[in-house]
Design a protein around this ligand. Structure first.
Ligand code: GUN
Length: 306
């Protein structure tokens, strides 16, 4: 049986390491402060934001949610970000993506002060990442490196294949793996013979957003699989097919009306991988943990400067 890389355990360890740092900042004057801007009513984004606020409360981080309407203009959202940039008590600003189509998302992300950019999305911080200079790193990619390191999975000299080239996961995780001295290949929907490229991986990061797309032919024996996918299945027949008629999964579907699955086939990964992150309970919990870590680090840097 492969080793299960338990994201909930790593998340709890990271949170426990942050507690004394939050307490020290609070004792020095004020706790770290995070502002989360959620435009509109996207249900998935609402759940993410609720979890972020709950985790802040658990750690003693001050948090503020701003919920402007779906109809907001780029100018109005820029004004909100500008006000948060000027706030002394706010160390981190997160604008939840996706934004509605009339909003110029790139302009909004560029307007966040780089020192408060706890998502690591500002071009300054993307540059810091590429140059391997200090600065906030995108949360999911940073979480992936944490889980590999904390499970003592060697990265240096290993062949890593990243499937997916998004700005949020694929590109930054490839750069972080490169800085850890892996030999990195980034592939995507236009890569010829994707399965053959994936089979070369000793570390395979799946970040494509396609339910159970990477099946046995994509996996070499003993590969470490990091599955970033969180795909919601709402078709019972699809649940039955992907989970091989698992009574447990079908019961869960019948209760909730949907079931989560990653980008990697959940049965094939168990048969072929040496270690893997489950879905749910793998990479997901780490994204919020790293957001908290970025917020605390930002507060520490700002406290040292002020
Ligand atoms: N939407 C999905 N993932 C993310 C993330 O990491 N940060 C933000 N701001 N929005 C997201």
């Amino acid at each position: 049986m492969p080793q299960i890389l338990d994201g909930n355990r790593v998340r709890d360890d990271i949170k426990n390491e942050l507690r004394p740092r939050v307490a020290a900042l609070a004792a020095q004057g004020r706790p770290p402060g995070l502002a989360v801007v959620l435009v509109g009513h996207d249900p998935a984004s609402q759940i993410y934001v609720r979890n972020k606020v709950k985790t802040c409360q658990d750690l003693g981080i001050y948090s503020e949610s701003l919920t402007p309407p779906d109809s907001i203009s780029t100018g109005e959202l820029l004004a909100i970000v500008g006000q948060l940039n000027a706030r002394h008590d706010i160390d981190g600003i997160l604008v939840q993506l996706p934004l509605p189509p009339q909003v110029d998302a790139k302009r909004i992300l560029m307007a966040v002060a780089p020192a408060k950019d706890v998502d690591g999305f500002h071009p300054c911080n993307v540059g810091n990442l590429v140059a391997n200079l200090p600065g906030p790193r995108a949360c999911t990619p940073a979480g992936i490196i944490e889980i590999l390191k904390r499970y003592h999975i060697p990265i240096a000299g290993k062949r890593a294949v990243v499937v997916g080239r998004s700005d949020i996961v694929g590109k930054p995780v490839a750069m972080l793996l490169l800085h850890e001295h892996a030999t990195v290949t980034i592939c995507h929907s236009k890569t010829p013979d994707l399965a053959a490229v994936c089979r070369e991986a000793e570390i395979l990061v799946a970040a494509i957003g396609r339910a159970a797309m990477l099946t046995a032919e994509f996996l070499s024996n003993g590969v470490t699989v990091i599955d970033v996918g969180t795909n919601r299945l709402d078709d019972r027949a699809e649940v039955a097919r992907i989970f091989r008629n698992s009574a447990e999964k079908l019961a869960s579907f019948d209760k909730r009306g949907n079931v989560l699955v990653g980008d990697v086939d959940p049965q094939d990964v168990v048969e072929k991988a040496g270690a893997y992150t489950p879905v749910p309970g793998g990479v997901g919990p780490l994204t919020i943990a790293m957001l908290m870590a970025n917020t605390v680090a930002s507060a520490e840097r700002r406290a040292a400067v002020c």
